[in-house]
Design a protein around this ligand. Structure first.
Ligand code: ADP
Ligand code: MG
Length: 390
């Protein structure tokens, strides 16, 4: 019995010790687990805050659909919260870049592979966005995905383009100033005497007509050169309504448009402010852009001219055609003097337009989709804003 009791005591102490040890281990285990869980939660919170408030746009795409975008992505594209989820990122990229984007995404097969590319995004109101993108393979909820970042470099890209444009224009201006003045006087004499000979000549009428047409063309080019050679400052600024200019121009343009079945529609929002401008110069810009639009629709179509005021109190004029469009390699060269794709073009129309709009403190931009059409947008500061320029 004593022995039995003794055995009992030894076993009991052993069992109790084991249980105590187990409980201690369990408690330590639970504590460790809780600390690991807390650390994980903290990392998760830190990571979320970092991604959510990042100045970079962050996205995750899985099976060709966006499953996560941070606020910055939504603000870059100007969409409402949650609007992009479930759609492919390619929906927000210009058609010309979609193929390249899909190709790059397909090539990202493992997490170690990263790709970088420049793409053109489509912002709110269909404006172009210049984006720098980095993307790599990732996991989302245990499944393979693509994660990436987006940086909106539109502002710096546009100011770089404007700087290059203005440098080009100032060089051309200096050149044009010298040439145009030298040519104008002898040209007037040549034209006058040719007209005189034409009237009194008995034969060769066709040759005289050809000479006069060619002289007229030189005269036109010299006229465009004169605009380019003028200094950037404007002298005779008047307050004018763009709609009123269109009332003067459209009937003249219609006589050209009718020949190729082009219909001109003008939409003017009520109460658009006036602009301070040299009326003839802005008219020349409108004529040049409308002429290009008509020439882009040899088989007919609609040419829309919309005038409105935007949020920044600028006057926005859009000249929209349904023409052949402009391929990317041509877009990059627009505004370059003598650059033309037309057999009888001068390639000076847009150069003059850029120069005039720049002198008025405005911005001219062209957006185009081949085979669909082109939108030329002029943004001019309204009278109130512009008076500070004078
Ligand atoms: P030009 O009209 O004499 O060719 P511009 O400077 O007016 O010179 O235009 C330069 C080029 O830009 C054109 O030759 C054409 O290729 C392109 N372009 C301009 N506007 C348009 C448009 N609305 N649609 C298609 N192409 C255009
Ligand atoms: Mg032209």
């Amino acid at each position: 019995m004593i022995c039995y009791n003794g055995q009992f005591t030894i076993f009991s102490v052993g069992a109790i010790l084991t249980i105590v040890l187990l409980v201690v281990r369990l408690t330590i285990g639970i504590y460790e687990l809780e600390s690991a869980g807390a650390a994980l939660l903290q990392t998760d919170i830190n990571y979320r805050n970092f991604v959510e408030s990042s100045l970079f746009g962050v996205f995750i795409e899985q099976n060709g659909r966006l499953v996560y975008v941070n606020q910055q992505v939504e603000s870059i594209f100007g969409v409402n919260p949650g609007q992009m989820l479930g759609k492919p990122l390619a929906n927000y990229i210009a058609a010309a870049d979609q193929g390249r984007l899909k190709e790059q995404f397909l090539s990202i097969s493992d997490v170690n592979h990263t790709t970088r590319l420049h793409v053109t995004g489509i912002g709110a109101k269909q404006s172009d966005l210049y984006l720098e993108m980095q993307a790599s393979g990732a996991f989302y909820e245990g499944q393979p995905a693509i994660s990436g970042t987006l940086l909106d470099v539109t502002e710096s890209k546009l100011s770089e383009q404007r700087m290059i444009q203005s440098e080009k224009l100032s060089v051309i201006g200096q050149l044009a100033a010298g040439v145009a003045h030298e040519i104008r006087n002898p040209l007037t004499a040549l034209k006058g005497f040719t007209q005189l000979l034409h009237k009194s000549a008995n034969g060769n009428q066709r040759y005289y007509e050809m000479m006069l047409t060619e002289l007229e063309r030189i005269n036109y080019i010299v006229g465009e050169f004169m605009v380019l050679s003028r200094p950037g400052q404007l002298s005779q600024l008047v307050s004018y309504r763009i709609g009123r200019m269109l009332e003067d121009i459209v009937p003249i343009m219609e006589s050209q448009a009718i020949l190729t079945n082009v219909v001109i529609q003008v939409e003017e929002q009520p109460n658009v402010p006036n602009v301070l401008c040299e009326v003839n110069q802005i008219k020349q810009v409108l004529v040049n852009l409308m002429k290009n639009a008509i020439e882009a629709m040899p088989a007919g179509g609609t040419l829309q001219v919309c005038v409105q005021e935007d949020e920044a109190k600028d006057v926005l004029i859009e000249i929209v055609d349904q023409g052949v469009g402009i391929p990317q390699q041509v877009i990059d060269r627009l505004g370059e003097p003598f650059y033309t794709t037309k057999p009888s073009g001068t390639g000076l129309g847009l150069t003059v337009c850029f120069k005039i709009i720049q002198a008025h403190g405005g911005i001219l931009s062209l957006r185009s989709e081949p085979a669909k059409g082109t939108v030329a947008t002029i943004r001019l500061p309204s009278e109130g804003k512009q008076s500070s320029l004078v």
